[in-house]
Design a protein around this ligand. Structure first.
Ligand SMILES: CC(C)(COP(=O)(O)OP(=O)(O)OC[C@H]1O[C@@H](n2cnc3c(N)ncnc32)[C@H](O)[C@@H]1OP(=O)(O)O)[C@@H](O)C(=O)NCCC(=O)NCCS
Length: 177
């Protein structure tokens, strides 16, 4: 269940996690969660973004985090087309589906293993939509990642295209905030 705190901050009461826009103080927590979800550790993330890139994303667009106490339990990154112009997998996605002129790139999204299934992904998405209304978001998901496909289906996203990158099948999805 989600509530809006008097401060305007979104609270997930069921899990007692705070959903907020990230600041520099969250950087190390985001990097740690990203590292724990790399394929080498059995994770499903398709990117491992360096610190400077994450900071750049935070400055350009809202980066949402779920806080459990002083720990980062989840993150949702977004980026402009311009800042992603040099990323081959994003180029492949936008070739398969260009979207609207002011569309932005959604993802990656990640929730720590012990926090999954509690709606944190949905709650971070709600906060993103509040902060970035009325713009299209475009994302890709590995077709062999059923948890992510399900979580994004629940967010109301729709499949608009598909592409293959490094011999892996990806679905392209889109939504309007
Ligand atoms: C994808 C991810 C962000 C979802 O976060 P979350 O907070 O657990 O998501 P939610 O609780 O909002 O919803 C998860 C849904 O997926 C379902 N699910 C979980 N594991 C599943 C699986 N293996 N197969 C199918 N559905 C699954 C849950 O049951 C839930 O659906 P329900 O409410 O209908 O039961 C999280 O699983 C994650 O961080 N995965 C690793 C990183 C990753 O894959 N990121 C996405 C890259 S595109």
């Amino acid at each position: 269940m989600n509530n809006l705190h008097a401060s305007g901050k979104q609270i997930v009461t069921r899990s007692e996690a705070d959903i907020v826009r990230a600041s520099g103080d969250d950087l190390e927590g985001i990097v740690a969660l990203q590292a724990a979800n790399q394929p080498a550790c059995g994770g499903m993330l398709s990117a491992c973004l360096p610190r400077f890139r994450i900071m750049e994303m935070m400055r350009e667009m809202p980066l949402i985090v779920a806080h459990r106490g002083d720990r980062v339990a989840g993150f949702l990154m977004t980026g402009t087309r311009a800042m992603n112009a040099d990323v081959p997998i994003i180029r492949a996605m936008l070739t398969a589906y260009p979207g609207t002129a002011d569309a932005y790139v959604f993802g990656p999204i990640c929730v720590s293993v012990e926090e999954r299934g509690n709606g944190l992904a949905q709650a971070m998405f709600s906060e993103l939509r509040r902060l970035v209304p009325a713009r299209e978001g475009i994302l890709f998901i590995r077709r062999d990642n059923p948890a992510s496909l399900r979580a994004h289906e629940k967010m109301g996203m729709r499949e608009v295209a598909g592409f293959v990158f490094d011999e892996i099948d990806f679905a392209v999805q889109s939504y309007f905030g």
